[in-house]
Design a protein around this ligand. Structure first.
Ligand SMILES: [Zn+2]
Length: 453
């Protein structure tokens, strides 16, 4: 009897261990099934590492940007649209990181725990972008490297994103890895770019001045064209704070920066949300801007920093977000462009929830900054340059040791019924107003005609 009992105990133990392992294995398969199914070696979705089967991606007006036909991944018919949305979609071979064909593959493939991936996925990914406007921005950038983006400052929805250089996915250049014209082509500069800001940085210095120098609006500065190492773009003579921003007087702003000191500038940089790497709704992480300034810096160094010509590097996405916050009363949503994903029955399988960017600027500071940026356009650049759009903004002509300046324009519409902010950067081009200002104006006017009329 004792032997039989021992045998029964042994058999039961073996069965129990077997069952335990089976349960563990099944649990692991279920919990990781999505990952197993979506691996790029999975022949249902990928062929030789290339995405072949996934749902449609459409712009805000229902224009198809990518879709699958007869097991082949297809793109929009217009080569301008294909080139302008390349960085947004990704190249489907993995050279361009952060493209939504990769980061939203779960939603695109219609993955289901029972049936696995759907070989003929009917899921649709809806974007907030206007593909025609993206193509226009791509044209505005022309042969310059750079980026343009437009965002609804009330909702955080991006309407337009373009980054150059780019290429047509149907005609990838053969010399892409050796031709300097294509340098950095795999990067979307809006998210991954870092640039010397030049005079757009004066908006940060102006914010620090408004909050820390109580009589800043009664101050006058004197500019005779230079102050020590700081060279101005003109001889401005006696000049007020507001006019100094309008006319971008380096001497006045360097003096303001020195009076503020390193800590107050650093504080404003942080408040503007520039020192942050954003992890946004579109599953893209942005580069954090860089400010190298300490209390032990010389006055000349602090002066250069205050006018955006030191070692400071600014990320375009975070500066656009800062513009949105100024336009929107001191708060903003992180700009994003993937709105929702629906399955073939019209059921939403993904819907973006706008993310608070964390920026908090007081209503008083915000409205003063808004009026200053409005007066840059109305009192100095000229409203006629922006057609029917009542613009606020600041230009930057970021001087560099080698080559032409990087041209910047950052701004927004003053009109709440047309709530859009814009950023434009054209590398190695020239004057901020002439190159970036005119590109930004053209895109904002095109959007205005579509929206208002
Ligand atoms: Zn000056």
């Amino acid at each position: 009897m004792r032997t039989i009992n021992k045998r029964i105990i042994l058999i039961v133990s073996v069965v129990m261990i077997f069952l335990l392992f089976t349960i563990l294995l099944m649990f692991s398969m279920f919990s990781n099934a999505r990952e197993y199914a979506l691996k790029s070696v999975n022949a249902h979705l990928y062929e030789n590492g290339v995405l072949t089967s996934a749902g449609e991606i459409v712009d805000a007006n229902g224009i198809k940007l990518a879709y699958t036909q007869d097991g082949e991944r297809k793109y929009n018919n217009d080569p301008r649209i294909r080139s302008s949305v390349l960085h947004i979609l990704g190249d489907n071979k993995g050279f361009i990181s952060g493209g939504i064909q990769d980061t939203f593959k779960n939603e695109l493939s219609g993955y289901n725990i029972i049936y696995g991936v759907n070989k003929e996925s009917k899921n649709t990914l809806n974007l907030t972008l206007d593909a025609e406007l993206c193509a226009s921005a791509y044209n505005e950038l022309g042969s310059y490297k750079g980026c343009i983006a437009v965002c609804n400052y009330k909702t955080g929805e991006l309407i337009c994103v373009a980054s150059t250089p780019s290429y047509d996915i149907y005609n990838k250049p053969e010399d892409i890895d050796t031709n300097p014209d294509y340098e950095g082509i795999y990067i979307n500069r809006l998210y991954g770019g870092l640039y010397t800001p030049g005079s757009v940085f004066k908006v940060v210095t102006a914010m620090a001045a408004i909050e820390n120098i109580s009589d800043i609006y009664n101050r006058t500065y004197y500019c005779d064209g230079k102050d020590g190492a700081i060279i101005c773009n003109d001889v401005h003579g006696k000049i007020s704070f507001k006019t100094a921003l309008n006319q971008s007087c380096n001497v006045a702003f360097a003096q303001i920066a020195v009076e503020l000191g390193a800590e107050k500038i650093k504080e404003a940089f942080h408040k503007a949300g520039l020192d942050v790497s954003y992890e946004n709704n579109d599953r893209i992480s942005t580069k954090a801007s860089i400010l190298n300034i300490t209390a032990s810096d010389t006055d000349a160094d602090i002066g250069w920093t205050g006018i955006g010509q030191s070692t400071t590097l600014v990320n375009p996405y975070s500066f656009l977000n800062f513009m949105c916050a100024i336009a929107n009363g001191g708060k903003s949503y992180e700009p994003y462009f993937v709105k929702s994903a629906v399955n073939e029955n019209g059921r939403k399988v993904y819907e973006a929830e706008p993310l608070d960017s964390g920026i908090t600027i007081s209503p008083t500071t915000t409205s003063l900054l808004k009026e200053l940026l409005r007066s840059d356009v109305s009192d100095y650049y000229g409203d006629y340059l922006f057609g029917d759009v009542t613009m606020c903004g600041k230009t930057g002509t970021a001087e560099r040791d080698n080559g032409l300046p990087h041209a910047w324009f950052a701004g927004f519409s003053y009109d709440d019924n047309f709530p859009y902010a814009v950023i434009a950067i054209l590398e190695d081009s020239g004057s901020g107003l002439k190159y970036a200002g005119s590109a930004a104006s053209s895109i904002m006017q095109e959007l205005y005609k579509k929206t208002i009329n």
